[in-house]
Design a protein around this ligand. Structure first.
Ligand code: HMG
Ligand code: MG
Length: 298
């Protein structure tokens, strides 16, 4: 009998790199995406079509998309916060976009300069346009376990926002613990609230490792039936609009845990470890994956 499959959504080139202050050459980003696509990952989030002033690192989105040699087995979603973003994504050849809002007005205001309600209005038109152009749309809800500006977040608000994203046409909803503050029982309370309104198979968990809770939260999510996990190679990343956010959970650590725990990911861990080491040295930063460091030391 076969082991259950867990889909990993690699967000390093986007969520990871968006937080690097030094501008990285577009060729290096393209190379990272190519190497990641070569490890067996089925989704590699590539970039964002957002304000270049606010997120300078993503300012080369168009050029980058043109540089990527597509692997037909891999999808390369890009973030698009408005109509301008979806148009730019389309003209750059994207076949999938991701839209992003949150469960806290204070965060959403700082991130995309609008209320949650307004973001749903705008995304309703964004999704219509994306679908006319044959693009799929993934949705993010940030701050599921707490907001850096307003504190506690009620799971029922997360459920409400997630349901609205589903109703306007997202095929999958990623639940983001943007500041990595949640603990397993809190994440489980969120999943429980959301799964009363949305089928579990449409939910992804997106953990940042700020408080060292990411793998524990992912394990709890798997036990609750989640089968889609967002992660970032070498633990790259953070969110420039969420004070104190660190990188996402490292993809290497997630793959190491899953493959040894009765799941299958389709990802070649050795290849992935090489990619993580390569990009860490390109960026001159330490590799935040514990599994990668341990495997390299063997
Ligand atoms: P705004 O100021 O309300 O809107 O920004 P605007 O239409 O007045 O545009 C502001 C500037 O951005 C203008 O340029 C526009 O031309 C430009 P300026 O006049 O300053 O030269 N602009 C654009 N440029 C490129 N592409 C576009 C675009 N739209 C406008 N599509 C806006 C609203 C949403 C545009 C802005 O707030 C923005 O771009 N925010 C970026 C937010 C972002 O990228 N955040 C990080 C990703 S989210 C995340 O990391 C969380 C996640 O990982 C999940 C989790 O962890 O929880 C997904
Ligand atoms: Mg994130």
């Amino acid at each position: 009998h076969t082991r259950p499959f867990v889909k990993i959504v690699e967000v390093g080139p986007r969520d990871g790199l968006q937080n690097e202050s030094k501008i990285i050459p577009t060729v290096t980003k393209a190379e990272l995406i190519h190497r990641l696509a070569n490890t067996g990952l089925s989704v590699v989030e590539a970039t964002s079509f957002v304000s270049e002033h606010l997120v300078p690192q993503m300012g080369d989105a168009r050029e980058l998309m043109r540089m990527i040699k597509r692997n037909p087995n891999v999808s390369y979603p890009v973030l698009a916060p408005n109509i301008r973003g979806v148009k730019a994504a389309k003209s750059a050849g994207a076949n999938e976009i991701a839209i992003f809002t949150g469960a806290s007005d204070a965060f959403v205001k700082r991130n995309i300069n609008m209320t949650i309600d307004r973001s749903i209005e705008i995304y309703t038109s964004v999704i219509q346009m994306a679908k006319q152009d044959g693009m799929r749309v993934r949705g993010y809800v940030s701050c599921i376990a707490g907001c850096p500006y307003s504190g506690k977040v009620d799971p029922s608000i997360v459920a409400d926002v997630a349901e609205r994203l589903l109703n306007i046409g997202c095929y999958e909803i990623s639940l983001g613990d943007t500041i990595g503050i949640g603990r397993p029982h809190e994440i489980l309370a969120v999943i429980q609230a959301v799964s009363q309104r949305i089928p579990l198979e449409k939910l992804a968990i997106h953990c940042h490792d700020t408080y060292g809770q990411a793998l524990a939260n992912i394990y709890a999510s798997l036990e609750a039936g989640i089968r889609i996990v967002d992660s970032s190679v070498a633990g790259l990343g953070g969110c420039p609009f969420a004070r104190g956010a660190t990188g996402n959970v490292a993809t290497e650590d997630v793959v190491y845990m899953l493959e040894g725990n009765g799941f299958r990911t389709g990802v070649d861990l050795d290849k992935l470890v090489d990619v993580g080491h390569w990009i860490s040295s390109e960026l001159g930063r330490s590799n935040e994956s514990r599994a990668a460091r341990a495997l390299m030391a063997k």
